[in-house]
Design a protein around this ligand. Structure first.
Ligand code: CU
Length: 177
């Protein structure tokens, strides 16, 4: 054992881990994001008809993310999912509508269409398209493929090896002490 040199090495390792571990945890959290539709405005009749499309355009949705529809008074709004852009444009009846706080996980690439069927809210712009992945094939070549299962297994592996490192260091530390 080289004494001081080993000790310095160990301190350096601990510093690296102290910096790396929290960022790894952040990375893991970033793989699945919960989006509140409309952010602080929530799900309501928007101030203008492009409000929710502007909101959606400002986000990058990934597989595994969740969208939540929030409003206060149950009877004021609802949310239903229609099957196509045409039904979305026409504010077609989705059949099933749900209450406040409903959330849905984005499980595949493509677009999903959500509307409110109360009054003429949909016509007033209370509708949103959530698109996972690129809408065009050309730009999808530039974007990394959204593969959440791959990303999370990678994170797990990395975290696992860090746990291994920590136990090894603890063993070394108790040996030195
Ligand atoms: Cu509504």
């Amino acid at each position: 054992m080289g004494g001081r040199k080993d000790m310095n090495m160990m301190i350096a390792c601990l510093v690296v881990m102290a910096v790396a571990c929290p960022s790894l945890l952040n990375l893991k959290g970033a793989t699945a994001v919960e989006y509140v539709v409309g952010d602080s405005l929530g799900w309501t009749v928007p101030p203008n008809t492009s409000f929710y499309s502007d909101w959606a355009a400002s986000k990058t949705f990934q597989i595994g993310d969740t969208v939540v529809f929030n409003w206060t008074e149950t009877w004021e709004h609802n949310v239903g999912e229609v099957a196509s852009k045409e039904e979305y444009d026409n504010c077609s009846d989705p059949g099933i509508v749900l209450g406040p706080g409903v959330s849905t996980e984005l499980k595949s690439t493509g677009s999903r269409f959500f509307i409110c069927t109360v009054g003429n809210h949909c016509e007033q712009g209370q509708k949103v398209i959530i698109t996972v992945g690129s809408p065009t094939t050309t730009s999808s070549l530039l974007a990394p493929p959204p593969s959440s299962s791959h990303a999370s297994s990678l994170t797990t592996t990395t975290l696992g090896s860090f746990v291994g490192l920590i136990s090894a260091l603890v063993a070394v530390a108790s040996f030195v002490a």
